[in-house]
Design a protein around this ligand. Structure first.
Ligand code: SF4
Length: 185
């Protein structure tokens, strides 16, 4: 089935890799996509499944910051981390994950290759190797990636997960190239 030009390879990426407009204030490092990473993915000929931005769906683009306040990025990340662990946010994250897992199951059923997931390290929500707690970058995954990982494991879906940071483009390129080299063999 699917006898056409498609590669039958799909990679999940954090929303803000293609759309920095979704970032919290002072955290967008590109006008739109993280250019270098987007170019590698386009050139690799894989399908790019842009996951929704959980923080935007839970808290809005301004993350419900109180008007008139001028918080630091660090204190905002800590506040957002707390909000994203509230029941309502967890419920929304679970719904997003359910929708994604449905798509993954469909792809797998039809023998597409699931290349993996690229998240955003240091994010309280989409971090893979590091997340954000108590005003600092800490080891561990963000709340959304944790839920995605748990659900995939339950369904027996094996996904390589890697994190990048928009302000470290050379490191991000190396990480993405490494993921593609290890999974597209
Ligand atoms: S890291 Fe995740 S939650 Fe944060 S802006 Fe990107 S997609 Fe949204």
């Amino acid at each position: 089935m699917f006898d056409d030009k498609r590669s039958k390879k799909v990679l999940l990426i954090a929303h803000c890799i293609l759309n920095q407009n979704a970032k919290i204030n002072h955290c967008a490092h590109y006008p739109g996509a993280i250019r270098e990473v987007a170019q590698i993915l386009i050139d690799a000929g894989i399908g790019i499944l842009q996951m929704p931005c959980p923080e935007l769906l839970c808290l809005g683009i301004d993350r419900q910051v109180k008007s008139g306040l001028h918080p630091t990025v660090e204190s905002e990340d800590t506040r957002v981390a707390r909000r994203m662990n509230e029941d309502q946010a967890i419920t929304i994250c679970r719904k997003i994950v359910d929708d994604l897992v449905y798509q993954l199951v469909e792809y797998r059923k039809n023998e597409f290759k699931l290349v993996g997931v690229i998240g955003i390290n240091g994010s309280p929500t989409c971090g893979v190797e590091t997340t954000w707690t108590n005003n600092q970058d800490t080891q561990g995954a963000g709340v959304f990636i944790q839920i995605l990982d748990e659900e995939c494991r339950k369904r027996g879906i094996s996904l390589a997960m890697r994190g990048i940071k928009a302000y470290e483009p050379l490191r991000a390129i190396a990480t993405v190239v490494n993921l593609l080299e290890n999974t597209l063999v």
